[in-house]
Design a protein around this ligand. Structure first.
Ligand SMILES: Cc1cc2nc3c(=O)[nH]c(=O)nc-3n(C[C@H](O)[C@H](O)[C@H](O)COP(=O)(O)O)c2cc1C
Length: 187
């Protein structure tokens, strides 16, 4: 059983977060945990006319972003089940919090803990263009062991729809987490 925490921050890309969570929910050997930041709730409303339930419905456990006493805030919660964390989409604010170590919500704190425990952290960033501050923060986190994975769909698989692009990106994210899936790959 893999324990995966999906942090959803307030960047654009909520349909991708939903696609990833749907995919994880369909994996029998994955236990999905989810935390949605306050800003993510605002973006969900803007992008999907929906509330956090649109995402949390796919999770086995859901945490309040303000609950810094929740399990994922503690190092011991992460051990024993090959745990990993994904932030999708990852805002530049959350990226900055992780790069600085100043953790103000559970997405930040959990990411901080994952890095200190030496576990897998995948950040699906979403911003363009990128400033020198964003790039510096990415470099800091990459050197700290995080995977920086900008939401950057490939066209070589000839996607016919937005859903195709989301599924292809979800597959690449699952690859980064070492999860088995049958989504399309180039090779
Ligand atoms: C509709 C909407 C779209 C946004 N898109 C992005 C984005 O793509 N990238 C980003 O870094 N911030 C984006 N923001 C700004 C973040 O929501 C804001 O920086 C917020 O403080 C992030 O908080 P969080 O990282 O704690 O969720 C967006 C805000 C709104 C309302």
């Amino acid at each position: 059983m893999r324990k995966i925490l999906v942090g959803v921050s307030g960047a654009s890309g909520m349909p991708l977060a939903a696609c990833v969570l749907r995919g994880l929910a369909a994996m029998p050997d994955v236990q999905t945990h989810c935390v949605v930041s306050r800003s993510a709730v605002a973006v969900l409303k803007a992008e999907c006319c929906a509330g956090a339930e649109m995402l949390t419905t796919y999770a086995d456990s859901v945490y309040d972003a303000d609950d810094l006493a929740a399990g994922p805030a503690s190092g011991s919660w992460w051990h024993g089940e090959n745990a990993a964390m994904l932030v999708v989409p990852c805002s530049m604010a959350t990226l900055g919090a992780l790069a600085s170590g100043v953790t103000r919500n559970l997405v930040h704190r959990a990411g901080d803990v994952v890095m200190k425990e030496g576990l897998r952290l995948v950040l699906v960033t979403r911003e363009s263009p990128l400033s020198a501050v964003h790039l510096r923060n990415m470099l800091v986190l990459c050197r700290g062991g995080a995977v920086i994975m900008p939401f950057s769909p490939g066209f070589y698989l000839r996607p016919q729809s937005l859903e195709d692009m989301l599924l292809q990106t979800s597959g690449r994210i699952f690859d980064q987490l070492g999860l088995t899936h049958n989504l399309t790959r180039w090779l």
